[in-house]
Design a protein around this ligand. Structure first.
Ligand SMILES: [Zn+2]
Length: 230
């Protein structure tokens, strides 16, 4: 009896520790894997990005924005049918750092997640469990909501694609310098951005030559969690 209680207790502790882990900005440092993630789309850069990923046989994670999904549902289906991972970037891209209606803030965060989730699910049938809040918002209220709605919050290890003054060579160098096992790269696909389109194929080839494998954020996080639960 004592043994059963002990095992039960142990599994309860392990389960709660497991569930505690709600936030990630990288995968395992022990595995040569990189995850590409694209925010705010689908948008004007999505098709070109999809072509590159297809050609290079790489699967990425798209943190879709509700308003963009509503505008381009067909593109959401394309992303999904090509085997990429769909994730949630909320509906309206509200900046919760600046949201000062404290009394309904938690409700608002929840609404922003669920509205985007429902729309993605209506279009693809897929229910994502990964959310990235606009501007990387990560306060206690966001963590509580993520737990309540069964989400993992995903930020990023490195991103610089919004620096429009950079040439594609400079941008490439910065991404390459930041590539380590478990790195989650952030880029955006809402606006037309030819710098990314020029850089991305070279970035993928160079990292593959260095022995890196490209995985989705979900795959990366699952591996890290299974490593940590050993
Ligand atoms: Zn965003």
């Amino acid at each position: 009896m004592k043994k059963i209680v002990f095992i039960l207790l142990l599994s309860l502790i392990t389960t709660s520790l497991y569930a505690e882990q709600t936030f990630f900005s990288r995968g395992s440092l022990n595995v040569k894997e990189i995850a590409l993630s694209f925010d705010d789309g689908p948008g004007l850069n999505t098709k070109d990005i999809l072509k590159i990923l297809d050609k290079k046989d790489v699967k990425a994670t798209f943190f879709l924005l509700g308003t963009s999904v509503a505008k381009r549902p067909k593109l959401v289906k394309d992303i999904y049918s090509k085997g990429h991972e769909l994730a949630n970037h909320t509906y309206n891209h509200m900046n919760f750092f600046r949201y000062d209606e404290e009394n309904d803030k938690k409700e608002k965060i929840k609404e922003e997640i669920l509205q985007c989730q429902d729309l993605i699910k209506d279009i693809t049938g897929f229910r994502t469990k990964l959310v990235r809040f606009p501007h990387g918002y990560l306060k206690e209220d966001a963590i509580e909501i993520a737990r309540e709605t069964n989400y993992k919050i995903i930020n990023w290890t490195f991103g610089i694609d919004w620096e429009r003054a950079l040439s594609h060579e400079e941008m490439l160098e910065l991404y390459l310098e930041s590539a380590k096992p478990g790195t989650i790269f952030l880029m955006h696909d809402l606006q037309k951005n030819t710098t990314i389109i020029k850089m991305l194929p070279v970035l993928i080839d160079t990292l593959k030559n260095k022995g890196y494998k490209f995985v989705t954020v979900g795959e990366m996080i699952n591996k890290r969690l299974s490593e940590e639960s050993l």
